[in-house]
Structures are given as C-alpha cells and as structure tokens.
Design a protein. Structure first.
Length: 297
C-alpha cells in the first residue's frame, strides 16, 4: 500500500468521486430492471465493460499473465462483487426504490471493519470505531424513516446479503490488485461476474426487453461510468489507503444516491435524509483522521 499522509486530500477526492459514480448506478439500475431481465442485463453490462477494460489494458502494455494468487482473488472478487452483490441488488431493485438500495449498501464499511478485525487482525483505533458507529447511525436514521414508509422487507434482505458479499470482495481486493496489471484485472473480474450471471440468468430468466432510448442510455452509462471508471478508481483507492478506510466512502452512498434518485426518478428527499447525511459526513471525517493500529502478535 502506498504511503500517504494522515489526511490524504487526493484519497478524499478519489473516494468522493467513486461514491458519486457508484451511487448513480442504483438509479440507472432501477431504470434497467423496469424494462429488462435483471441478471441477463447485468451479465451483458459486465461482458461489455470487461471487453473494454481488457482491450485498453492490452493497449497500454498490461498482460493477462497473472500470478496464481491474483487469479484466485480476481475470481473471488468477480463472484462476490459482480455476481452476488450486484446480482442480488438488481433483483431486489425490482421492488426496492433506488434510494433505499443505496442506503443499505452504505452499511458495508462496518461489515468490512468487523470482518477485518475478526479474521485479519485489523483493529481500527477508537476514533475509527467512533466514525464507523456514526456512519452507521446516520444510515440507520435514513433507513428507519424509509422502512416506516413501507419499504419491501424481502428486497431489503436481498440487499443485506449483497452487502455482505461486497464486504468480502473488498477485503480480498488487495491480493487481486497487487503486483501491477490493475486495469487488466478490473476487466477479468468483470468477465468472471458476466459468466456467473449469464448462467444464473439463463436458468431463471428470458431475454424479454423493451428497448427504449431511456434503457439504452442507462445501459451505456452503467457500463462505462460505474462499470469501468468507478471500479478502477475503487481498486486504486484501496491500494492507496487500505480496505477499511476506503470502505468508509460507501457511507456517502445515501448522500449521493438519495439526491440522484430524487432528481432523476422523483423519489422522496426528506429532512430525515438530510440529517442522516450530516451524521454520515462526520463519521467519514473521524475514520479518515484515525491512525491505523495493528493487533498484538
């Protein structure tokens, strides 16, 4: 991991940019699943995104010859993030609003911290735990208001399973992206997800699509921006500041996700949302200012 100052302004800019792009994908996904089968459309997205990323990587001299560890971790990441996390979310978003899906995804940083502490000995300092707790409290404030408004519980359960898969993917990411060939690995893990989703979608769905300019635009945007650009920024951010600190930027998902869904889909934006956003922002600041601490050997 690259050495960086205690408060890394470049990392902050990368984290905010990633969160905005990633959060916008929930709104575009909501558009897609209204007019196309969720798993097959997601498989198509990853097949195209992967092809673009691999082609660019090859053009700049990156190679497909990876280490055994990189292949293994790339496969795990492709299954956990692309097939499980996004696959479950695409299914859930047939009944769950984009804003609610975005909010549930922002609980991922706490899961990363807990799994890292339990299995990898990564112990956040006190200020880090305070920041994580504040972020979770802000999300709970927003989500509680949404559940009381009648959010679909089955869809929320699928979102919860998807977030757990994303937390696992985040913890294994450093093993997959170390040693160079970063963009090539981004493309290959997308192909892994595309293959898994194509099998699952082929067994459970039919390619029944209502092609509209709105659907075509949503597919193109999701393929290029969250699919390639945001994923590349995410890999780079984790390499720079580590999985736990990078994961805290998912707490910004309610900030951008609710606002984007309100602007483009007309979903509700309330004072509860704004209050939760302020708490979330304070939590992220605490985690970014916290000094890392390792557990005793």
């Amino acid at each position: 991991m690259t050495s960086s100052p205690r408060f890394d302004l470049l990392a902050v800019a990368m984290g905010v940019a990633f969160s905005f792009m990633w959060s916008s994908a929930f709104t575009s996904a909501r558009i897609i699943v209204a007019e196309a089968p969720p798993l097959l459309s997601l498989a198509l997205r990853f097949a195209i995104s992967g092809a673009i990323a691999v082609a660019i990587a090859a053009a700049i001299g990156q190679t497909i010859r990876l280490t055994r560890q990189q292949w293994a971790m790339t496969a795990v990441f492709g299954i956990c993030q692309n097939a499980l996390y996004l696959g479950l979310y695409f299914i859930a978003m047939q009944t769950v609003p984009a804003s609610v899906a975005t909010i549930t995804a922002s609980t991922m940083p706490l899961l990363v911290a807990l799994l890292g502490w339990a299995f990898l000995g990564q112990r956040p300092p006190l200020l880090g735990w305070i920041g994580l707790a504040a972020g979770l409290a802000g999300v709970a404030l927003i989500l509680g208001h949404r559940i009381s408004g009648g959010a679909d519980l089955a869809g929320l359960a699928l979102c919860g399973l998807g977030v757990l898969a994303l937390a696992v993917a985040t913890l294994v990411m450093r093993g997959a992206s170390s040693g160079g060939n970063l963009l090539m690995i981004v493309g290959l893990q997308m192909w892994v997800g595309a293959a898994a989703l194509a099998v699952a979608g082929g067994l459970t769905e039919s390619w029944d699509v209502t092609w509209t300019p709105r659907l075509a635009g949503a597919l193109a945007y999701t393929t290029l921006v969250p699919g390639i650009i945001a994923t590349f920024v995410w890999f780079t951010l984790v390499q720079r500041i580590g999985a736990v600190k990078a994961a805290t930027y998912h707490f910004l998902n309610p900030v951008f996700g609710v606002a984007i869904a309100a602007a483009l889909l007309g979903e509700e934006l309330s004072l509860w949302d704004l209050g939760g956003v302020l708490v979330v922002a304070g939590g992220i600041l605490c985690v970014q200012l916290a000094r890392p601490r390792r557990s005793a050997a």
